[in-house]
Design a protein around this ligand. Structure first.
Ligand SMILES: [Zn+2]
Length: 132
């Protein structure tokens, strides 16, 4: 094999290696993107599992979950209080039947027609956190 043939072969090898490297890198990028897509889906599934668990087993005080459950309940109560404060500032309250916003002082809900209590009863706001 002559020198130039040899050189030509080396150049081709280098070119193939570079192409392989490029293909490898785009394959790696593709795999990384699949992994992160699945991680997002997993996070969403875990989030939903957590919410479902907290709904179903709220009063089931198994020790492994006690601390997290206390955190969840505490944060929910805190947010209920903040939401109530916001509603008070906006001059609205929520219908206990359908959850619609009703102006303070109104006797009936505009949305479902239920009578709205005039007392400042503690209410729960049923806003769900959306899992992404
Ligand atoms: Zn209503």
């Amino acid at each position: 094999m002559g020198f130039f043939d040899d050189l030509g072969k080396k150049v081709t090898d280098a070119g193939q290696k570079a192409m392989q490297k490029t293909q490898e890198m785009s394959e790696m990028a593709r795999l990384n993107s699949l992994i992160s897509q699945n991680e997002n889906k997993l996070n969403s599934a875990y989030c939903q599992i957590g919410q479902l668990f907290a709904e179903l087993y709220r009063d089931d005080h198994r020790p492994e979950f006690a601390e997290l459950m206390t955190t969840v309940i505490g944060l929910e109560q805190e947010n209920d209080t903040y939401k109530k404060q916001l509603q008070d500032m906006k001059g609205i309250q929520r219908c206990e039947q359908c959850g619609a916003e009703v102006p303070k002082g109104a006797a009936f809900c505009n949305s479902c027609g239920a009578s709205v209590s005039q007392t400042d009863k503690q209410e729960t706001v049923e806003d769900e956190i959306e899992c992404e």
